[in-house]
Design a protein around this ligand. Structure first.
Ligand SMILES: [Zn+2]
Length: 170
């Protein structure tokens, strides 16, 4: 039996009203049908995702933003509940950083000449200099450390090398 457009519209309106009245029931039906036809559903959803990559991207981004606060709260709660694990993690990270620093220092102790004035380095005058001083925001990283003579190090002090260039010590 074919429906006239009028009948079809009425039927659609009826179904809409039914769904609104029986939200839970409709949801349960959907859930059960999903379990019964998992494969068809996943195939269908994959096809839709392939056809609408922009919508998928947008939805992912939105859910990422929505979950950001939740993730932060979860992390904070976890840190509060596991103080011993947090301390262990911090200690491990510090130990690793220390180890890395010692390996850099060892390398710098093999240098024979001052990084700035090329004078010979001895046990007595060898120092380690931060190219960008710590007080100016420099770090202990390998790129920021050089071996240099004591004279250069004390003369450079808190200056950056282009500020200090005029009065090389040696
Ligand atoms: Zn020097």
């Amino acid at each position: 039996m074919t429906k006239t457009p009028e009948q079809r519209r009425k039927f659609a309106a009826y179904m809409r009203a039914y769904r609104l009245r029986n939200l839970e029931r409709v949801r349960e039906h959907g859930r059960r049908s999903y379990v019964r036809n998992k494969e068809t559903h996943s195939k269908c959803s994959k096809r839709w995702k392939d056809a609408n990559p922009d919508k998928v991207k947008l939805s992912n981004r939105l859910s990422d933003i929505r979950c950001r606060v939740k993730r932060r709260e979860y992390k904070r709660r976890w840190q509060k509940d596991n103080p011993d694990k947090v301390i262990a993690y911090t200690q491990k990270r510090r130990a690793l950083a220390k180890e890395a620093l010692t390996s850099v220092v060892k390398k710098l102790y093999l240098k024979h000449f001052c990084h700035w004035c090329w004078s010979l380095l001895t046990e007595a005058n060898r120092t380690i200099d931060h190219i960008v001083p710590l007080c100016r925001g420099g770090s202990h990283s390998e790129e920021n450390l050089v071996a240099c003579c004591g004279k250069c190090n004390y003369s450079k002090a808190r200056k950056l090398y282009w500020e200090w260039d005029g009065d090389l010590a040696c």
